[in-house]
Design a protein. Structure first.
Length: 211
C-alpha cells in the first residue's frame, strides 16, 4: 500500500549519500600565431589547481555545498512528514470505510510521487547550475592563459597533470591563479527556490532560481 513512500525514501537516501561526480573537460586551443613550438618556450600549469584554488572556484564550491545542504534538509523534512502521514493512515485503517481509506491512500500516493519528482528536479537544477558556472570559469580562464603565455615569452602551455616531471622554473600555476583572481570577478549566483515544507511540493520543470 505504501510502496511509493518506501520508493521515495530510497531516492532521498541516494541523493543525500550519493557522490555526484562532475566531469569538466576543456580544450585549450593555442593561438595559430603560436604554432611554431620550441623546447625552451614551454610553461606548465595545473588546470586542476586553477579550478579549485582560485577565488571564483572556491566561491562556487562553497555555494554548491550550501545548496546541497538545503536540499538534504528539505528532503529530510518531507520524509518525516510522509512518515507521520503514513502512520496516521495506518492507525485509521481499522475504523475507516474502505472507500474513504482508499481515497486517502490515493492522495497520499499522489503526494509521494510529487515530492519525489520535486527532489529529483531540484537535484538536477543544482547540478546544472554549477556545471554551467564551472564552464564559465573555463571561458574566463582562456584569456588569462594567453596573457601569461605572452608575458613569459612562451608558445605552449602543458597541463601539469599530464607530465611526469618538469623543471620547477617553468611551473606557472601560481602566476595564473593570481592573475585569474585579479581579472575575473566573483561569479553571480542565485539560490534555487525550494517549495515550502508540508505544502504543494511540485515545482516548475526547470526549477528556476528565485527572483
Amino acid at each position: 500500500m505504501f510502496r511509493l513512500a518506501r520508493a521515495f525514501r530510497l531516492v532521498a537516501r541516494s541523493i543525500r549519500n550519493g557522490v555526484l561526480a562532475l566531469l569538466i573537460g576543456a580544450i585549450w586551443t593555442p593561438d595559430p600565431s603560436l604554432a611554431q613550438q620550441s623546447a625552451d618556450a614551454v610553461i606548465v600549469v595545473s588546470r586542476a589547481r586553477i579550478l579549485t584554488e582560485t577565488e571564483a572556484a572556491k566561491f562556487l564550491r562553497n555555494q554548491e555545498r550550501a545548496e546541497r545542504a538545503r536540499l538534504t534538509e528539505w528532503i529530510e523534512g518531507e520524509t518525516e512528514s510522509l512518515d507521520r502521514e503514513e502512520q496516521r493512515l495506518t492507525s485509521l485503517r481499522p475504523e475507516t470505510p474502505s472507500n474513504e481509506f482508499q481515497r486517502q491512500t490515493d492522495l497520499f500516493d499522489q503526494r509521494v510521487r510529487q515530492v519525489r519528482r520535486t527532489a529529483q528536479r531540484l537535484e538536477a537544477a543544482i547540478q546544472a547550475q554549477f556545471r554551467d558556472a564551472r564552464k564559465n570559469l573555463l571561458t574566463d580562464l582562456y584569456p588569462v592563459l594567453i596573457e601569461v603565455l605572452r608575458r613569459e615569452g612562451a608558445n605552449l602551455i602543458i597541463d601539469a597533470d599530464q607530465i611526469l616531471i618538469a623543471d620547477p622554473s617553468i611551473e606557472k600555476t601560481d602566476d595564473v591563479i593570481a592573475l585569474f583572481n585579479e581579472r575575473v570577478a566573483t561569479p553571480s549566483f542565485q539560490k534555487i527556490e525550494f517549495p515550502a515544507l508540508d505544502q504543494d511540493s511540485d515545482v516548475d520543470q526547470d526549477a528556476a532560481p528565485a527572483q
